[in-house]
Design a protein around this ligand. Structure first.
Ligand code: EPU
Length: 332
């Protein structure tokens, strides 16, 4: 088990915050995951690709960081494959590899920063699909209990940017590998309007072309973490009931919203933009000029800067629309 102390996390969080962790543990194989009992009574944080996290300047606990590797086809079932990938694999590379192998179904999730192990935790989603659509089961270790178990797709209780691993199991279990159910034939998912429009009427649509199109839409809206620090969408899109939606729609006929099971999902980017925040800068942080849902590091930002900006935006949206928006990013 490789460990380090007073470890600079700047390259380990896409916001680029110059945080220092008291200790970091690199989990390189299943044996390393088995030895985590020592951390049971201590404060620790499980870090994937660091693309959805805001660290304080100093984190006085231990960062548990899976870096194990491996992708393999483990079962060939009727109509689909079961593919297993280690938690430490980079998600976007996993998607590319699946496409190159003819394992289909993850194209719409191309280009998402982060790791395979983190994908089911917050049920990452984009362009008409979510991780839950392809996850078959998740293998994890109980940090306190030491138990080792498979958790089936339904048992994960996936919801919008949510699962049990982000809820009641946060800090209790750590994922070391994930099994995916991938198709043998390519069936494009063009349910997301902007994606269908970008694809147009190309008659030779391949999985690679679909993934490349997703990546180019992402590039046009989201900052490249190598150039501008951010955590992708900083807030979740809020869901409101029919009455609230009706009241707002009457007042703001241009409001962007989508019907969902529980009511209406409002586009938080639109709400934030209407409050005048898009492209604004406050010291070392700001709101991205092409997508108001994204907070960015304008150079030397601290976790406190990000929190303060997030709070101002939450307050403004509440004051103008009476709607509570919540961060999607995890504040350590
Ligand atoms: N909008 C605005 N102003 C803005 C941003 C968006 O008016 O500044 C409007 C757009 O015009 C559009 C609607 O809001 O009509 C939705 O915008 P977009 O398609 O960019 O999607 P989003 O709801 O803002 C979500 C995810 C993204 C994901 C995209 C595409 C969340 C919190 N975010 O963003 O996920 O890539 O859809 O599926 O659900 C992430 O989680 O980090 C992330 C980037």
């Amino acid at each position: 088990m490789r460990t380090d102390s007073d470890f600079l996390l700047k390259a380990y969080n896409t916001f680029g915050i110059e945080a220092v962790a008291k200790k970091i543990v690199f989990l390189e194989d299943s044996d390393d995951f088995r030895k985590l009992g020592d951390y049971a009574g201590q404060s620790f944080f499980i870090l994937g690709g660091g693309s959805n996290v805001v660290f304080p300047d100093r984190y006085n606990g231990t960062v548990l960081h899976p870096v194990n590797k491996g992708i393999a086809l483990v079962e060939n079932r009727d109509g689909y494959y079961i593919v297993e990938a280690a938690a430490g694999e980079v998600w976007a590379e996993f998607v590319d590899y699946c496409i190159s192998q003819g394992w289909y179904g993850v194209e719409n999730l191309a280009g998402i920063p982060g790791t395979v192990g983190a994908a089911p935790v917050q049920n990452v989603g984009a362009y008409g699909m979510e991780a839950k659509d392809v996850v078959d089961a998740v293998h994890c270790f109980g940090i306190v209990s030491g138990e080792e178990r498979w958790v089936g797709r339904n048992e994960c209780r996936f919801a919008y940017r949510w699962s049990r691993f982000k809820g009641e199991w946060a800090g209790k279990y750590i994922i070391d590998r994930v099994r995916f159910r991938l198709n043998k034939t390519f069936v494009p998912n063009l349910s997301y309007k902007a994606l269908a429009t970008a694809i147009g009427d190309k008659d030779e649509l391949t999985a690679r072309l679909l993934a490349n199109t997703v990546v180019s839409i992402r590039d046009s809206k989201l900052p490249n973490p190598k150039e501008i620090g951010s955590a992708g969408s900083f807030f979740k899109n809020p869901v409101v009931d029919g009455e609230t939606y009706g009241r707002l729609k009457e007042q703001y006929p241009d409001m962007v919203a989508f019907p969902v099971e529980e009511g209406f999902k409002l586009a938080a980017g639109w709400l934030i933009e209407q409050c005048g925040w898009k492209g604004k800068r406050v010291g070392r942080v700001g709101v991205y000029e092409k997508q108001a849902l994204v907070l960015v590091n304008r150079g030397g930002a601290t976790g406190a800067d990000v929190r303060a900006l997030a709070e101002k935006i939450i307050d403004d949206v509440q004051a103008k629309f009476g709607v509570q928006i919540e961060p999607e990013a995890i504040m350590v």
